[in-house]
Design a protein around this ligand. Sequence first.
Ligand SMILES: NC(=O)c1ccc[n+]([C@@H]2O[C@H](COP(=O)([O-])OP(=O)(O)OC[C@H]3O[C@@H](n4cnc5c(N)ncnc54)[C@H](OP(=O)(O)O)[C@@H]3O)[C@@H](O)[C@H]2O)c1
Length: 349
Amino acid sequence: MIADEMRAVELTAFGGPEKLVPVRMARPEPGVGQVLVRVRACGVCGHDLLARRGRLGGPVPRVLGHEIAGEVAALGPGADEGGDGHHVGPGDGPLRVGDRVVLGQRDTTDGGSCFRGESAPGGYAEFVRASPADVIRLPRGLSFVDGALLPCGIGTGLHALHRLGGTPGQTLLVVGAGGGVGIHAVALAHAAGLRVIALTRAEDKRAALLAAGAEWVIAGTADPLAEIRRLAPAGVPLAIDCAGPPTLELTLRALARGGRVAMVGNVGDAALDPAALMGRLIVRELTVLGSPHATMPELTLGAQMVQHGRIRPIVAATLELEHAAKAHRLLEESAPAGRIVLVPERKAA
Ligand SMILES: NC(=O)c1ccc[n+]([C@@H]2O[C@H](COP(=O)([O-])OP(=O)(O)OC[C@H]3O[C@@H](n4cnc5c(N)ncnc54)[C@H](OP(=O)(O)O)[C@@H]3O)[C@@H](O)[C@H]2O)c1
């Protein structure tokens, strides 16, 4: 018997981390063809910080979180008749109660497609509803915390690499490399045979980035462009920018003629000179690619890569669900290398 109420952390109003308030609320009911997922782990993304501050709009109060792994707790009417989701691993076919799953970032439970944690309730909660089409099975051997890194921490870099289309041996610059998306982009690029320059503001993330597969780490340097040019005098052919406004100009200046950058991050404001940016794009024949979240096939691919040891999820910390505000503070201080994951299950006293 599942209780009608659940624990969650609600964004009560746009603002600072203190706006993330532990609450009790009605548990969602799975509708026709839907499953109820007991959240076992939910990653905390840089996107959640923007959402919390109100930069992305959307309703409040609401529950954030789009990086969800858990287990099927109940089936809505007819949910056991489907089975054509994006399932991986043993036991393909209709989802069953107890199946371990990872949710994609889109929510299609009500026929539309919206981002979980924005117009659809997110995973800073004990339960969420999902459509089987938005779910993959968590491969054997992966923990729920590993699973929570698949949709975004890992999947975003995978999508960006697909957008860029580099070839083994090429050099790739990852900017904002010490964050949850950045460090996995480093690992994925290394796994793809690219030679990675990781750029971070934090000297204490150097070791983690080298361990993730960076060939060179530029950390805490006053003039990172000079360092990049020392390593790649003609510029880098490829880049993934996980920060965005504060680093875009640097990233474009680091690219070689004809270089390509996948823009992933949007961490904050910066005064940009559009004329200067346009000049650089035109004269240097650069390509800027917007790169959103992972597709369902990329989610499956990421899960297989982790299962086969091709990359390793890098978890900075796991915190109890009620400590979501603390997780946001840690991210705002850029403290950890890797992902922070919220875990609803309370540790036994
Ligand atoms: N496109 C997508 O689908 C997608 C998916 C997920 C996230 N995102 C976006 O990508 C960004 C990163 O997400 P995340 O989850 O990796 O966040 P995160 O873990 O908080 O990491 C953000 C990293 O960005 C760098 N950074 C932050 N402020 C900076 C500044 N002022 N100047 C230079 N670098 C700065 C830092 O890297 P260092 O510590 O290495 O300096 C920081 O660790 C966010 O804007 C998020 O919204 C986009």
